[in-house]
Write a protein that binds this ligand. Structure first.
Ligand SMILES: NC(=O)c1ccc[n+]([C@@H]2O[C@H](COP(=O)([O-])OP(=O)(O)OC[C@H]3O[C@@H](n4cnc5c(N)ncnc54)[C@H](O)[C@@H]3O)[C@@H](O)[C@H]2O)c1
Length: 271
């Protein structure tokens, strides 16, 4: 249902790989709410070509950028302002990748080259994006930057591996840059901490299927879907949340505040 919440707003959406991607759903919902935006992803992801279908659906242009490369981010942000006809009002950072997870390297014997890549792609890319926008003065007052994160930043989920460290850093960058950008331009920066969701990145985590069922049983509302996450992002991009900044916002059906649920206790009673 459209309320025109993002009517007249311009943005950049990172990370739509395929229909399962959370960013894909954000693009659809932002479009439905009247936003104009460019879509971007790493060159390797662009080669899969699915993003072009999303571009057609949303009337968007696609600009390739590796989010770890500042020159590519500069090009992306400059081109986006040209295409969209002015400074930006929102950015979605929906990027995560760990070579250690991909190669099945246990946390205790991490490969430090991979570890650095995990940090660079999954966390420092947010700093680089914000720093580039800051340098180019690319964001309007009261604009909103949202990055997606996971509760493993605060609590141990063993198979999340070094992504947990990356998410902690991502959330810290959100607070630090949120302070500086808020002070200078009233730009808001927040993370949304989403339920486990079946996507390409999500499925890379060992034991993900069992874990997603566990999280479902541990959340009074059940796991939040990608579409619901997209709706929350839209609200965060809108003018209805102008004084929310430097926050980590849980979007998890209540999971983060649950010690145990009756369903889980009952399962153990049956053992
Ligand atoms: N799926 C989940 O269970 C879940 C839960 C909480 C948070 N998140 C977070 O949501 C975000 C989106 O993940 P998703 O689940 O939609 O999976 P996804 O695999 O669809 O999205 C991850 C995206 O990161 C992009 N990416 C990787 N390296 C990049 C680079 N160098 N430059 C630019 N883009 C790059 C990928 O191409 C991909 O589009 C991630 O930050 C992820 O950690 C996911």
């Amino acid at each position: 249902m459209s309320h025109g919440l993002l009517h007249g707003k311009r943005g950049i959406i990172f990370g739509a790989l395929n229909e399962m991607s959370i960013a894909w759903q954000v693009a659809l919902q932002a479009h439905a709410q009247g936003a104009k935006f460019t879509l971007t992803n790493a060159p390797i992801a662009m080669r899969m070509g699915e993003i072009n279908g999303l571009a057609e659906l949303t009337g968007s242009q696609v600009i390739s950028a590796d989010a770890t490369k500042v020159d590519e981010l500069e090009n992306l942000i400059t081109q986006s302002m040209e295409i969209l006809g002015g400074k930006l009002d929102f950015i979605l950072h929906s990027i995560g990748m760990s070579p250690n997870v991909r190669k099945g390297k246990h946390y205790t014997i991490t490969d430090y080259n991979y570890y650095s890549q995990t940090m660079d792609v999954s966390a420092i890319s947010l700093h680089k994006t914000l720093a580039t926008a800051y340098k180019l003065d690319a964001l309007n007052e009261w604009s909103s930057v949202v990055a997606l994160t996971y509760i493993a930043a605060q609590r141990i989920f063993p198979d999340y591996n070094d992504m947990a460290d990356a998410k902690s850093l991502l959330e810290s960058i959100t607070r630090s840059f949120g302070y500086h950008y808020g002070l200078r331009n009233k730009v808001r920066v927040n993370t949304i901490s989403q339920s486990p969701t079946v996507t390409t990145a999500g499925q890379g985590i060992k034991g993900f299927d069992g874990f997603i069922k566990f999280a479902e049983q541990m959340s009074p509302l059940g796991n939040a879907s990608a579409i619901d996450c997209a709706n929350y992002c839209v609200v965060m991009f809108s003018d209805l949340t102008r004084y929310v900044t430097m926050q980590n916002l849980f979007h998890d059906g209540g999971f983060s505040n649950v010690g145990v649920t009756q369903q889980v206790v009952d399962m153990f009673e049956e053992l």
